[in-house]
Design a protein. Structure first.
Length: 364
């Protein structure tokens, strides 16, 4: 079935957070969401999400100018052929960053179309058994001080979360959070690649008594597999990384170096759903746990829900801990007893709310 239209929709969605509204160290009152819309000649519409946040305008330019023209007339049912065509045609622009992010959004949209055409929710199309909900953890924004951190932890627990991930970089505040949630809750820390190897070692030593399930992306640059492996060899805290890894080959290099306990590919950055499964298979081969990264509120959010339902076992869904007064995909943004509902309608299971799209689309 041929693609007749390929377009992007950049949204600027207002949000609230219990603590300071800080994303990646910057004050923010809204989150950028880049939706990809694909339409086929039979009238079906598929939605994907390319990595947004601060890089959304660049990713949108890459899609609009380079990728969308290559999609028109292609057979939407041949997902692998389309993705390979895009990668081979555009590899000179780089194998990571805006091009790969945009391709990720396309691939998710193609899977949404495939599920709709088959009349199956995506996770069932991918072979999983019926699943109503998946367990989730609250991925907090960086608070940076004791009082807002304690208040945010309390708010997350009150909403039903049992597991929490911080974005604090101060070991003292990590311990504050541990004291706030108690010894029996799961606590993780994502520091977003701030440290040299020696700084990472010192901070890991300082955090080791906080009972962390993992320490995420402690070293810059994030692809420094050797330094991560040396830190992991100290056996201080299990190490996690992967949201900034460019593809399955770079994950293989990390696994071969012994750099990771937990791999964290991100569906809207790595290349889409098939790329996630390729990393998952490789992780099993090397005995590495896989936990999907998901800092999304668009179709990448839904895609990750379906992936968690397929991966099963101890896979946790990362719920970006912000409140959207106007969510794109209600009720799938809600938490009940620490779990998120998995959509059961065909494809991703829920199209973006058209009224929210109309109110919050960024006009050029």
């Amino acid at each position: 079935m041929k693609i007749i239209s390929a377009s992007s929709v950049l949204l600027h969605l207002p949000f609230r957070a219990p603590g300071p509204d800080i994303i990646a160290g910057r004050a923010a009152k809204a989150v950028n969401v880049l939706q990809i819309r694909l339409e086929t000649e039979d009238g079906l519409i598929g939605w994907g999400e390319a990595f947004g946040h601060a890089v959304a305008p660049v990713t949108q330019q890459a899609f609009d100018t380079l990728i969308a023209p290559l999609l028109i007339g292609r057979d939407a049912t041949d997902i692998d052929a389309i993705v390979r065509h895009l990668h081979t045609e555009l590899h000179l622009y780089g194998r990571n960053g805006a091009i790969t992010y945009a391709i990720s959004g396309v691939e998710i949209g193609l899977w949404d179309l495939a599920g709709k055409r088959a009349g199956l929710p995506l996770y069932r199309l991918l072979g999983a058994e019926p699943c109503d909900t998946v367990p989730a953890y609250a991925s907090l924004l960086r608070c940076g001080a004791r009082e807002p951190l304690e208040a945010t932890c309390a708010a997350a627990l009150a909403e039903g979360f049992r597991d929490i991930k911080l974005h604090e970089i101060d070991p003292v505040l990590v311990q504050v959070a541990r004291d706030a949630i108690g010894p029996d809750r799961t606590l993780m820390v994502d520091v977003n690649c701030p440290w040299t190897p020696s700084e990472a070692l010192a901070n890991a030593k300082a955090m080791r008594h906080s009972q962390l399930t993992w320490l995420e992306e402690p070293i810059f640059p994030p692809e420094d597999a050797q330094s991560l492996a040396q830190l992991r060899a100290q056996r201080l805290i299990p190490l996690a990384a992967g949201e900034n890894v460019s593809g399955v080959h770079e994950f293989r290099a990390m696994f071969e170096a012994g750099a990771l306990d937990i791999a964290q590919p991100s569906v809207s950055k790595i290349g889409g759903i098939n790329a996630m499964f390729a990393v998952a298979a490789l992780a099993r081969q090397y005995g590495v746990q896989l936990q999907p990264h998901c800092a999304y509120v668009g179709s990448g959010y839904l895609a990750t829900l379906h992936l968690c339902a397929v991966l099963g076992n101890n896979t946790l869904f990362e719920r970006y801990y912000v409140q959207l007064p106007e969510p794109l995909f209600s009720p799938y943004d809600q938490i009940t007893d620490g779990r998120v509902q998995v959509p059961q309608a065909p494809g991703l299971g829920c199209d973006p709310d058209p009224e929210v799209l109309a109110r919050h689309t960024v006009r050029h």
